[in-house]
Ligand binder design. Structure first.
Ligand code: PEP
Ligand code: MG
Length: 535
């Protein structure tokens, strides 16, 4: 048995044959196929195609509620539009008379090197993104698509380094885990592995191609790769894993309560009806946030289609409460069909509730759809991006109008449907007391609340270290929202990504929060943490 050590990048254990993925080293020639003008045109058209492909990948990831995966492709779109990449390519084509694919390869290699040499770990991890985006362009320019060989039986993939696209492709091939020589726990391949629950070990500084075809055991908890594991090691690790899995399974049946007996409600965030499977299997007590945008990425569905989707979620959840959030489009959640006006700062412009109140043709069918679904089980409805009492009143007025329309049509609905507000702007937290008088519940969206409080783009590539939910300003605002809710006697839940952070859990409970809504996979570890705490 050989034991190789790397970095534990994603939890889990995988046992199978090692399948080393040889990179397709393309020997490109600088000799241009056509005139400089023709090469430039080919380059521009490939850029447009690559952008559409990345946009589609991004949308597909969002539909599966894999925001981190979507962000990866978003970053790649930005990299491909970056003048630091585009200008050297154009110069190489026009001034040196080089072939478009060759020019892309050279410019991307230089830029990736430059990124790799920056002092920031985060930026270094983005070098693979540059390479990945350039590979896509080269594949389009040369007509060669990257190949992924279908594993024969249970396989653990090994590679020098995996790009995000390769990782996603491999996952669809049903592999059990992966090991890479380079990369880091911050690389997007590692982030993806964690999102998808796939064990991974990175930074194994050995030539993994030597072990192609050998039986291996990957330990993603400790960052180890065993080649030809001996029976005792294999048995020990597999026994431990069985124990862990049984523990998670047992946890899903245990109540979520602190050691001193206070009940904390754990709910799931979902985007489509099929996400309810994960929510139920991980023990969610309900849906704390259904991002209805998940139904709207491709096109605007009609009232009947929306009703069917909302009803399906309610029925699948079998009596557990479901909170639907009204459409939150605009800014980072834009779609082509919506045709929003171009704005200098879309995050500060037409989005969320502001958009809904001005586009009644979007708002009213959705309100009717959710209301009609509420006849089939416990539902709640909430407005995104609230900044004032007036907006919340306008939203409630629209809900009343939808109720009247349904009554007129003789269609059943829950006339007591709770209508709540997302607290995700500093303004809404600061007026929590007043807002609570016109809201039946609050849901705190820490993603946007952090962005707007700290004045840092939630997807910032340049200042990721400033995105800090634990900043006292953000925590103070959450505290104000919790106090406002408590005084008014309305429930409050936290549903942003931070709700899944076991390290922040104690702080949130300390601020008076008793309900958290998170990605389904995050429920077991959060429950485990809560069961160790006392209030
Ligand atoms: C949030 O902003 O924290 C939130 C839950 O909403 P979204 O991430 O969909 O904007
Ligand atoms: Mg939000």
């Amino acid at each position: 048995m050989i034991t190789l050590t790397g970095t534990a990048a994603s939890n889990g254990v995988a046992l199978g044959r090692l399948l080393f993925q040889e990179k397709q080293l393309r020997a490109l020639s600088p000799r241009a196929q056509g005139s400089a003008g023709e090469e430039l045109a080919r380059f521009h058209s490939a850029c447009l195609d690559a952008d559409s492909e990345l946009e589609a990948l991004c949308r597909a990831a969002l539909e599966r509620a894999c925001k981190e995966e979507a962000d990866i492709f978003k970053v790649q779109r930005i990299l491909l539009a970056d003048p630091d990449f585009l200008e050297p390519v154009k110069r190489a084509i026009q001034e040196d008379g080089w072939d478009a694919a060759y020019s892309v390869q050279q410019a991307a290699a230089q830029l990736a090197d430059m990124i790799r040499n920056t002092p920031s770990d985060y930026m270094q991890a983005r070098a693979a993104d540059m390479q990945d985006a350039a590979d896509r362009l080269i594949a389009l320019l040369t007509g060669s698509r990257p190949v992924g060989s279908l594993p024969d039986g249970p396989s653990v993939i090994a590679a020098r380094e995996l790009t995000p696209s390769e990782t996603v492709n491999l996952m669809h091939l049903g592999i059990l885990g992966f090991a890479t020589q380079l990369g880091s726990s911050l690389s997007h391949a590692a982030i993806l592995a964690r999102t998808l629950g796939l064990p991974a070990v990175t930074e194994i500084h050995s030539d993994l191609s030597l072990y192609h075809g050998r039986r291996v055991l990957l330990d993603g908890y400790r960052g180890l790769l065993f080649i030809d594991p001996d029976p005792k090691t294999e048995e020990d690790i597999m026994r431990e894993e069985r124990k862990r899995t049984a523990h998670i399974h047992a946890l899903s049946h245990l109540p979520c309560q602190t050691r001193d007996g206070s009940r904390i409600t754990l709910l799931a965030n979902i985007s489509t009806p099929r996400d309810t499977d994960g929510a139920l299997s991980f023990g969610a007590e309900g849906i704390g946030l259904m991002r209805t945008e998940g139904l709207f990425w491709e096109r605007c569905p009609g009232e009947e289609e929306q009703f069917a989707a909302c009803r399906a979620v309610i029925e699948r959840m079998g009596g557990r409460p479901v909170t639907f959030r009204s459409l939150d489009l605009g800014a980072d959640k834009s779609t082509g069909w919506l045709q929003l006006p171009a704005e200098r700062n879309p995050a500060l412009g037409m989005r969320g509730l502001r958009l809904l109140l001005r586009r009644r043709e979007l708002l009213m069918p959705q309100l009717r759809a959710v209301l009609r679904a509420s006849a089939f089980g416990p539902a709640r409805l909430m407005a995104p991006m609230v900044t004032s009492v007036k907006e919340m009143e306008a939203f409630r007025q629209a809900v009343r109008q939808a109720m009247e329309e349904l009554s007129h049509a003789g269609l059943p609905f829950d006339s007591a449907l709770p209508v709540g507000a997302m607290i995700e702007t500093p303004a809404s937290a600061l007026i929590a007391g007043e807002l609570a008088k016109v809201s039946d519940f609050f849901n705190v969206g820490t993603n946007d609340l952090t962005q707007y409080t700290l004045a840092v783009d939630r997807q910032s590539e340049t200042l990721p270290e400033l995105i800090d939910v634990a900043h006292p300003a953000v925590l103070r605002l959450i505290g104000m929202a919790a106090q406002g809710a408590e005084r008014a006697g309305i429930p409050l839940c936290i549903c942003g990504e931070a709700a899944a952070d076991p390290q922040l859990c104690e702080t949130f409970l300390g601020l008076g929060v008793r309900s958290l809504s998170v990605a389904p996979q995050a429920i077991p570890s959060l429950k485990e943490k809560i069961r160790t705490l006392t209030l």
